[in-house]
Design a binder for this molecule. Structure first.
Ligand SMILES: [Zn+2]
Length: 198
């Protein structure tokens, strides 16, 4: 039962969203996310996202309220080697456990490993949350798989500047784009077995 949200600044009441197993998804132009756009060559493209309320089983018999977020985007960042734009596919899945206060969040955050801790809010702005996560998901050193030689360089071969393997896919062409909603479904299946949401 998603409540009607403003289209431009969707928000959730985290307690209600979790209790009702709420779900929202959207596609935002990067141009609407100025802090993210500042990190990029330009603001073309979209952030696709989906968020789901869920219950997270505790070690004792109880449940905690939680949220699952999945998002993806193809963005263009300056290559650290040649400074030309390089297309980067960013994809992330995050789980949050909701707590009632900032002090609990700080304590729990230090211990949590498989999830983040988020303070419950009657008005959680999704734009802020997702923009923050998207910024943190950007690669630190984006670069092309194979750069054009810089102007003036001897272009005998491009092989000498091969990137080291395993650079977290930073330079990969964004051919294969996992659907964030499929990712979220997988995340939900894999994680909370016996959670009995719905
Ligand atoms: Zn490059």
């Amino acid at each position: 039962m998603a409540r009607p949200n403003e289209p431009t600044r969707p928000w959730i009441d985290t307690q209600e969203f979790t209790r009702t197993g709420g779900r929202l998804e959207g596609h935002w132009p990067i141009a609407r996310l100025p802090r993210l756009a500042d990190m990029l060559v330009d603001s073309t493209g979209n952030v696709d996202w989906a968020i789901q309320g869920e219950r997270v089983r505790r070690a004792d018999e109880g449940y905690d309220a939680g949220l699952s977020l999945a998002f993806s985007a193809t963005v263009r960042m300056p290559c650290v080697r040649c400074l030309e734009p390089v297309e980067v596919f960013v994809e992330e899945e995050r789980r949050y456990r909701l707590v009632v206060s900032e002090s609990i969040a700080e304590r729990e955050d230090a211990e949590a490993q498989d999830h983040d801790v988020l303070v419950s809010s009657a008005h959680l702005e999704l734009v802020d949350l997702i923009e923050d996560e998207a910024i943190m998901a950007l690669p630190l050193a984006p670069r092309h798989d194979r750069c054009q030689p810089p102007p003036g360089a001897d272009s005998v071969t491009g092989e000498g500047i091969e990137p080291p393997p395993d650079e977290a896919g930073a330079g990969e062409a964004a051919e294969e784009r996992p659907n964030p909603f499929a990712v979220l479904a997988r995340l939900k299946r894999g994680g909370t077995d016996g959670g009995g949401t719905n």
